[in-house]
Design a protein around this ligand. Structure first.
Ligand code: G1P
Length: 312
């Protein structure tokens, strides 16, 4: 292992150029990353996960109609003054916590939707020659306090260096939706030093999938991945795939798949979004108990209705 594969991870890329068609008409004007999960937008949850893991530079790969994202993380003097003058100190604290400091936010654009690999390539100049993290804002991971998924990955990176991806099992019939990892049959639990990756396949049919371990959208990568992304080769779905470029690093650099402590939510789908809202809402200090009560009341009513239907 060379030194360059163990440098600290200081930068993170957030691909946020996507259209969000699954949430139309809600996302006709508003970026999907601004949809709220409990009291903060999706993008802020992922930003917080990255910040907790020690990330200092946040790179958004953005596109048309996405200005609201950069505004969200900016200093908002009128709002702060109003909250201050009204004595709303708790809220002021929350607002300040959602600001990025000077020199922390970087923007680049992906002009055309050519795939995740292409989106990441658009950040190449901002990454330069350092390892970096990638966080897909569609995926939220609720993890133990202070132990976000990326933080857990940084710990594994500290042991192994190289590249680290977070994985979790999906039902076999759904492998066609994800990047799937080949560990040659190795299996290791969350909290271990992970599994050596032997291969990666983007969206394989169930019968061709090397395992049911899926790439969930959290990556620590070495800058050499750009050597492969810059070839602009297309893969699954005719898109430039990050998975294909990562696959080419295997054997040349350490490459670890890691199970994590926590639960993932596909907030990019309407069902996952509602589920995430219930999960994050029920952990909220202020409304958590009420959210749980509402869930229980709804469940009881649904159960009663279905029993009545069965009796009819
Ligand atoms: C992307 C990646 C895929 C990964 C998935 C996780 O796919 O290409 O490897 O498993 O995110 O959400 P997408 O969901 O953008 O099609």
């Amino acid at each position: 292992m060379t030194d360059s594969h163990t440098k600290p991870v200081r930068k993170a890329v957030f691909p946020v150029a996507g259209l969000g068609t699954r949430f139309l008409p809600a996302t006709k004007v508003m970026p999907k990353e601004m949809l709220p999960i409990n009291d903060r937008p999706l993008i802020q949850h992922v930003f917080e996960e990255a910040r907790e893991a020690g990330i200092e530079e946040f790179i958004f790969v953005t596109g048309r109609h996405k200005n609201m994202l950069e505004e969200h993380f900016d200093f908002q003097p009128e709002l702060e003054e109003t909250l201050e003058s009204r004595g709303k100190h708790d809220m002021l604290e929350k607002i300040r916590d959602s600001e990025m400091g000077a020199g922390q936010l970087f923007l680049t654009r992906q002009p055309r939707p050519l795939g995740l690999g292409h989106a990441i390539w658009c950040a190449a100049k901002l990454i330069e020659n350092e390892p970096f993290a990638v966080l897909l804002p569609d995926v939220l991971i609720q993890a133990p306090k202070g132990q976000g998924c990326l933080k857990q990955m940084v710990d594994v990176y500290g042991q192994n260096g190289g590249n680290v991806i977070a994985v979790e099992d999906v039902p076999k019939e759904l492998t066609f939706k994800y990047g799937i990892v080949d560990t040659g049959g190795e299996n290791a639990p969350a909290g271990s030093s992970g599994m050596a990756v032997k291969g990666l396949v983007e969206k394989p049919d169930p019968e061709k999938a090397p395992s049911t371990m899926s790439v969930i959208g959290r990556y620590i990568l070495q800058p050499e991945v750009f050597d492969h992304l810059s070839a602009f080769e297309t893969g699954a779905g005719g898109e430039i795939q990050l998975t294909d470029a990562m696959d080419k690093l295997i054997g040349k650099q350490p490459f670890t798949a890691m199970r994590f402590h926590g639960k993932s939510y596909d907030s990019g789908s309407r069902l996952g979004f509602i589920e995430a809202n219930l999960a994050y809402g029920s952990e909220d200090d202020e409304i958590g108990e009420d959210v749980k009560r509402v869930i229980c009341e709804m469940a009881a009513k649904l159960n009663k209705d279905s029993m009545n239907e069965a009796a009819e």
